[in-house]
Design a protein around this ligand. Structure first.
Ligand code: DC
Length: 218
């Protein structure tokens, strides 16, 4: 198997982490979920129990120790000694993560860690700015998307399985707001790289999407 660097970008709910994990497993690669890193910073910010301001976030990120490990096909996210893998997936974290991810010093620190993790190749990294900024020399670049209705429905199912009963309409509004914030921010906005392949997953099964990604990695 080739020692490729694969970049997958796209909006919230496009199915990036689901298909990226399956494709990484098939390829025997390490999967790196960069969104989890921004979520970890958001989680640590909430732990301060203070109004969330840019100043507070910048103070939190100064000495944060975020670590991603990919073990047995699962991502383990730690902040210091705390395993936050599940804690970073709450609606509270989702509500402030775009604010966190828009701040320059936060991005500089996370991008530096992400580049180090990709140094040895055989990685599949997903996020918003992987092909455009983190790994512009990636061997394979994919922009994964789906209609907003389908993305909201996927999130609704995912949250329901976790015990959250959030109205579909509310989720659709949240996703639209996050899309807007992620696409319109000044630093490394969510945008399809010129040399990325667009993969619209609306109405396509997970297996089919994975098969298309694997075909691009031949
Ligand atoms: O993929 P996700 O929903 O877990 O990402 C959480 C947030 O982090 C999302 O609002 C966008 C931001 N993000 C980013 O700005 N850059 C990345 N490379 C990954 C995520």
């Amino acid at each position: 198997m080739k020692n490729l660097v694969v970049a997958i970008d796209g909006p919230a709910g496009a199915g990036k982490s689901t298909v990226a994990q399956l494709a990484a497993k098939e390829l025997g690669y390490t999967y790196i979920d960069t969104g989890a890193m921004y979520r970890a910073v958001a989680w640590k910010t909430l732990q301060r129990h203070e109004p969330v301001t840019d100043e507070l976030i910048l103070d939190v990120v100064k000495d944060i120790d975020v670590n991603l490990q990919y073990i047995d096909g699962k991502t383990r996210v730690t902040v210091g000694n705390d395993d936050v893998s599940a804690l970073i997936r709450t609606p509270e974290v989702s509500a402030i993560v775009s604010q966190v991810a828009a701040l320059g010093p936060v991005r500089v620190k996370m991008v530096d860690l992400q580049r180090k993790m990709a140094e040895r190749g055989s990685v599949l990294m997903d996020g918003r700015d992987i092909a455009t900024n983190v790994l512009p020399n990636a061997d394979v670049k994919i922009f994964l998307t789906a209609s907003i209705e389908e993305r909201a429905h996927r999130r609704w199912k995912e949250m329901k399985e976790k015990g959250y009963d959030i109205p579909l309409e509310k989720l659709q509004q949240d996703i639209a707001a996050r899309d807007k914030a992620d696409s319109e921010r000044e630093i490394s906005p969510l945008v399809q790289a010129e040399d990325a392949t667009l993969l619209d997953t609306t109405g396509i099964s997970i297996e089919e999407v994975v098969a298309r990604i694997l075909a691009m990695c031949q």
